[in-house]
Write a protein that binds this ligand. Structure first.
Ligand SMILES: *Cc1c(COP(=O)(O)O)cnc(C)c1O
Length: 397
């Protein structure tokens, strides 16, 4: 009996564990790391055929490497995309997408609640190339509709957003984008394909910071772009091949092994976050809790429909502003005080003075990022220990 080498018709976890690896003549069971920068040809004619594109195959690891390809094919299989291009970081995935799919004079309509460096890339660098960008509130569909210009080519969102976990209707936004001849790009960092598959809802391009949940243990920096064969497989790949923001094979191996446990981890992160959010909501010191799993979340019903889990990020606001929020941070003995997320280790951040510190106070106010707000990326330590660590600063011990 021939064994399967493609797992497209299998379930999510099977694809996460088996897709993309084609066993070599050595019959290795685990995926090998190919630490080679170049590949050899059997003849001058074969070299010529590879370079001309007549014959598929490896040439040089700036653009193809078998370990990186395994990661790419596995992530594409999980997102339901035809093609995936791995990149050196999440930011270079966004840069590669914009520089390969947009031209000078094009307009990006972006959610205002996106990763800080993404805002910086759009405002400070893409504008230098003659692109334009405008920002609209994530959940306000009327504002999206009003924001279109004749030169708008791309809509850009993160959902759920950071740090307030606001959720936008991806299918509705995709319809709107397509009715105006635009692409919808979704940064799927918070949910990962284990909890949300935006391509199936109509999005065109998926961005990943593999640094976060795809790794899951905070070891490597990397990114990826997923989408169709033409835009991602040809255009984004062409940019990567020429410009070279390449993922290292070792990092690709860490990420592809991370994908094997992704569904399990995302389920566990979601369960722990739900428990923590419900507990926080019961405390007198806590003014508001932002978590899509709570019935009190304004887009709870949408999140329940669009996502298969609510994710690991919880934000909450304490009474007493910055002083009270900092007291919670400084009373911890176990939680990591860092802005990173997607790790097994729980992290705590004060957005107003860190990730969102460069915004003007009125911009922060408009986005609802107040001085009393804290963000927890709930890890997989014992939930009782996470609660006890927070209880101290919340007078809830
Ligand atoms: C971290 C992050 C990025 C950037 O990814 P890097 O791997 O740090 O370059 C982009 N988007 C989101 C939502 C992120 O959290």
């Amino acid at each position: 009996m021939m064994q399967d080498d493609s797992f497209d018709n299998y379930g999510f976890s099977t694809r996460a564990i088996r897709s993309g690896h084609h066993r070599s003549a050595e019959q290795e069971h685990a995926e090998p790391i190919f630490t080679t920068s170049s590949f050899v040809f059997n003849s001058a004619a074969e070299a010529a055929a590879r370079f001309s594109g007549e014959q598929p195959g490896n040439i040089y690891a700036r653009f193809t490497n078998p370990t990186t390809r395994t990661f790419q094919d596995r992530l594409a299989a999980l997102e339901g995309g035809e093609a995936c291009v791995a990149t050196a970081s999440g930011m270079s995935a966004i840069l590669a997408t914009c520089l390969s799919l947009l031209r000078c004079g094009d307009h990006i309509l972006s959610s205002s609640s996106i990763f800080g460096s993404t805002t910086g890339l759009f405002e400070n660098y893409l504008t230098r190339c003659g692109m334009e960008v405008d920002f609209v509130p994530l959940t306000d569909l009327a504002a999206w509709e009003a924001g279109f210009k004749p030169n708008t080519r791309m809509l850009y969102v993160e959902t759920p957003s950071n740090p307030l976990t606001e959720v936008v209707d991806i299918a509705a936004l995709a319809d709107l984008a397509h009715s105006k001849g635009c692409l919808l790009v979704v940064d799927n960092c918070f949910c990962t394909p284990a909890l949300q598959q935006p391509l199936a809802l109509g999005a065109d391009i998926i961005i990943h910071s593999a640094t976060k949940y795809l790794d899951g243990q905070g070891r490597c920096v990397g990114g990826a772009v997923v989408g169709d064969a033409e835009r991602v497989g040809k255009e984004v790949f062409g940019f990567l091949r020429t410009a070279g923001p390449t993922m290292a094979p070792f990092n690709a191996w860490v990420f592809l092994k991370g994908l094997e446990t992704l569904a399990l981890r995302m389920r566990a992160h979601s369960e722990a976050a739900m428990q923590l959010a419900s507990w926080l909501e019961s405390l007198p010191m806590v003014k508001a809790v932002h978590y899509p799993g709570l019935a009190s979340h304004p887009q709870h019903a949408l999140a329940a429909r669009q996502q298969s889990g609510f994710g690991g990020i919880v934000a909450f606001e304490v009474h007493g502003g910055r002083e009270a929020a900092w007291k919670v941070v400084d009373s911890t003995r176990m939680l990591s005080i860092t802005a990173n997320l997607g790790d097994m280790k729980t992290t705590i951040t004060h957005p107003a003075t860190t990730t969102h510190g460069r915004l003007k106070p009125e911009q922060r106010e408009a986005q609802g990022i107040r001085e009393g707000l804290l963000r927890i990326a709930v890890g997989l330590e014992d939930i009782g220990d996470i609660q006890a660590d927070l209880a101290r600063g919340l007078n809830a011990g």
